[in-house]
Ligand binder design. Sequence first.
Ligand code: SF4
Ligand code: SF4
Length: 384
Amino acid sequence: MLGFGCMRFSKKGNSIDIDKAEKEIMEAFRAGVNYFDTAYIYSGSEAAVGEIFERNGIRDQIKIATKLPQYLVSNNAALEKYFKEQLSRLRTDHVDYYLMHHLTDIAMWEKLKNVGVLDWIEEKKKSGAIRNIGFSYHGNTDGFQKILNDYDWDMCQIQYNYFDEFSQAGVDGLKAAAAKGIPVVIMEPLRGGKLVGMLPDSAKKIMKESGRDWTPAEWSFRWLYNQPEVTVVLSGMNSVEMVQENCRTASDAGAGQFTEEDFEVIRKVTEEIRAQEKVGCTGCRYCMPCPKGVDIPGTFRCYNAMYIESKNEGRFQYAQTVGLTKEPAFASQCIECGKCEMHCPQNIPIREKLKEADKALRPLPFKIGINVARKFMFRKSEKK
Ligand code: SF4
Ligand code: SF4
């Protein structure tokens, strides 16, 4: 139920504080956590967990999930090169869950297929070097379903929390995966800590007065565990106390435990967070699809993130989910046909707000950065 996200270990100088990480990992292991999620690009993480698992002799009692840096792969040889390096860092001869990291649309998966990833996966699964294959996802709901239905995946990983119920893969993506019998691992259950650290006081008050003795983090985890479609919730735990609190919650929570009153608390808390937003978009997607390919709810979500989280966070999300898909979905592509506005239940002046959002989300340095990244990511790939 609870997986250990290995991206946020504390640092000592420039490298991971391995002794502290070991204490946290072993505390979690003793409490029953057996799923550890890392990635090639989490600086120092694979090597650190590899060392900790070996030191403590627990490799055969835990599952390792790690990820192919698919954005760095442009030919078939690169698949093997990265995988071998990962096995060596992790001090193991197999990976239990191997994910295509950070897909944002089907084009990225197509690119991998073009360099021969399907044959490569088959060979690795046959030899036992990879036990399960999956992908982690950060694009929109439509893109998620396309990738989901394009291959016989063993699992998938999505960003999901009560504030993102209708963004990225969203609740529809979660249910679609579960309907196919595909386990779903949840990342960002606290939206990178924002559903704890950046909750408005009014939202904290609602939780406090609910009669439940739950911390903001606990509310988030319990909301997830309440959904039977959720298989594992990852948490980037970087203190023993956090491990203990999360283990307690996971042991106590379960599907179907939320009452009507609990849902009402989450609804009110979400409302309080939304009150800080720039555009009152609920992410319902009634305005979609746009004939010019604009990701309307995605743009507003990022614009709002600039005000709820931070300017750069919103801009980063815009670059990632709207700008770095094969077909970009920028607000600037809008030709002002007005079709979307006829369907918006919130009566948002979409055309006007899109202009405002794109201007704020893509200042010159971000424009340049996105163009460079696009050139790199969508360069021609080769099979050999
Ligand atoms: S007004 Fe703009 S965003 Fe709306 S449907 Fe037309 S082109 Fe798309
Ligand atoms: S219809 Fe309106 S509220 Fe719904 S996603 Fe589109 S802009 Fe947002």
